[in-house]
Design a protein around this ligand. Structure first.
Ligand SMILES: O=C[C@H](O)[C@H](O)COP(=O)(O)O
Ligand SMILES: C=C(OP(=O)(O)O)C(=O)O
Ligand SMILES: [Mn+2]
Length: 449
């Protein structure tokens, strides 16, 4: 990768277009200095890794693999600790093992991790006890604390986002390639969990079967390298374009632009306007791109997004992450899938069963019902089965910690429990037990498909 003024030029074509949900930086000069510094930083990921993920997602689009994408709604700087990162990774690895073994399908594992620091919001301000302040927009922009000072956007935070992402990715790489993710460790990931939770016990039974299968293979003289390490990729919403374009570089091998802040980036439901800045930015980079599609998406929108983002119709380039809501998916999704398929595009279809199912509990906590999450995934499978297309994966907000943010699940959390351990900085996440429950249920759906 080379860095010079020209290197960044192609990643800046969005600048003359309207960009929704951008921070209102009070000091433009400070912002320019930060951008210049970010432009000199080394890449967090390599272009070749992004290409590899694009190939893996190509298998998803062709119906040969399943995508598991998950992590926090909003990562937080003060949660960049070995414990939080390990717990999240452990949960994703356990879900991956369940889906691979019980669903009998290769699983592409992508974290909402190492860069998921920026949040689009439905309202610009928030009022508490008569005091109105700007909303929290993620640790990359302002502070969560409800004070005037904390809520002022500070561009220095973009540098902290870079360093927090680098530290996280470093640990993730160490965990996934340094022995921790070795399939012989399937039990170890569960040790702290097995006694305390029904889903942990169910997982333990599956881990024993995996052990037996591996022992059998070993006895036959098979000991593949693939069992020792895990391919794991990073992703986040490409929201704050000053940050994303400062980390966009020319790949010296090919001359193409890559956003080297993460392997995959997605454009959110609130920023996917066809002629606006985010889609323009995404159209210039070669990373695999996701676009969130909510219930108001028309088939024409989807087809135009394909024209803009995947004109070559390359499987793996474009992932549509649908987030319709459990009550709408069966109505809204069929037309989109049908028309996209008829147009000859081979996108990966992924279900985000979280963002269409959020509601506010009487206590004021934002929450989601596990049953609604499950029902949206069921609807997603039904629609794809009906059309003969491939249900390509799930995109979920989760944490490896035992939080009480979503209600329901096998280890049932009630509305009255929400206050006990409600730690999210933005949307409610599935806890470890609920995440594993979901993986088992999705594996069954996949097998029945
Ligand atoms: O994570 C997604 C969005 O940022 C979030 O759902 C918006 O939430 P809000 O309606 O509280 O702004
Ligand atoms: C903001 C998010 O989702 P959406 O764009 O689908 O609302 C998110 O994934 O956190
Ligand atoms: Mn969210």
């Amino acid at each position: 990768m080379t860095v010079n003024a020209e290197t960044h030029a192609g990643g800046n074509t969005w600048r003359h277009l309207p960009a929704a949900q951008q921070p209102d930086w009070p000091d433009q000069e400070a912002l320019r200095d930060v951008i210049a510094e970010l432009e000199s930083y080394p890449p967090l990921v390599f272009a070749g890794e992004c290409d590899q993920l694009r190939e893996r997602l190509g298998a998803v689009a062709r119906g040969e693999a399943f995508l598991l994408q998950g992590g926090d709604c909003a990562e937080a700087f003060d949660a960049v600790s070995a414990e939080h990162i390990r717990n999240k990774l452990k949960t994703l690895l356990q879900m991956g093992a369940v889906l691979t073994y019980a669903g009998s399908v290769p699983v592409v594992k992508v974290g909402r991790i190492a860069g998921q620091y920026s949040k689009p919001r439905s309202k610009p301000t928030e009022t508490r006890d008569g005091v109105t302040l700007p909303t929290y927009r993620g640790d990359s922009v302002n502070g969560f604390e409800f004070t005037e000072a904390a809520r002022i956007p500070d561009p220095q935070r973009l540098k902290r986002m870079y360093h927090a992402s680098a530290a996280t990715l470093n640990l993730v790489r160490a965990f996934t390639t340094g022995g921790y993710a070795d399939l012989r460790q399937v039990h170890a990931w569960n040790q702290d969990f097995v006694k305390s939770s029904p889903s942990g016990q169910r997982y333990e039974a599956l881990a024993r079967e995996i052990d037996r299968a591996m022992n059998f293979m070993n006895a036959c003289g098979v000991d593949p390298e693939e069992f020792r390490t895990v391919e794991f990729y990073s992703s986040h919403e490409a929201l704050v374009l000053d940050y994303e374009s400062a980390l966009t570089r020319v790949d010296s091998r090919t001359g193409n632009l890559y956003d080297v802040s993460g392997h995959m980036v997605w454009i959110g439901e609130r920023t996917r306007q066809l002629d606006h800045a985010h889609i323009e930015f995404a159209s210039r980079i070669r990373n695999p791109i996701g676009v969130k599609l909510g219930p108001t998406t028309t088939a024409e929108d989807a087809l135009t997004l394909i024209e803009r983002l995947d004109p070559e119709r390359e499987p793996g380039r474009l992932t549509f992450i649908t987030r319709m809501g459990a009550d709408k998916i069966r109505d809204k999704l069929p037309e989109l899938v049908d028309k996209v398929t008829a147009a000859g595009a081979q996108v990966a279809w992924i279900c985000d069963p979280m963002h269409g199912n959020t509601f506010e509990a009487a206590s004021g906590h934002k929450t989601r019902r596990f049953d609604d999450v499950l029902d949206e995934v069921k609807g997603f499978f039904e629609v794809h089965k009906g059309l003969g297309t491939h249900p390509g994966g799930i995109h979920v907000e989760l944490t490896g910690d035992d939080v009480t943010e979503c209600v329901g699940g096998g280890d049932e959390i009630f509305v009255d429990d929400l206050h006990q351990r409600y730690e999210t900085a933005c949307d409610p996440r599935l806890n470890r037990s609920q995440s594993l429950d979901l993986a088992f249920l999705v594996a069954e759906m996949y097998r029945d498909q």
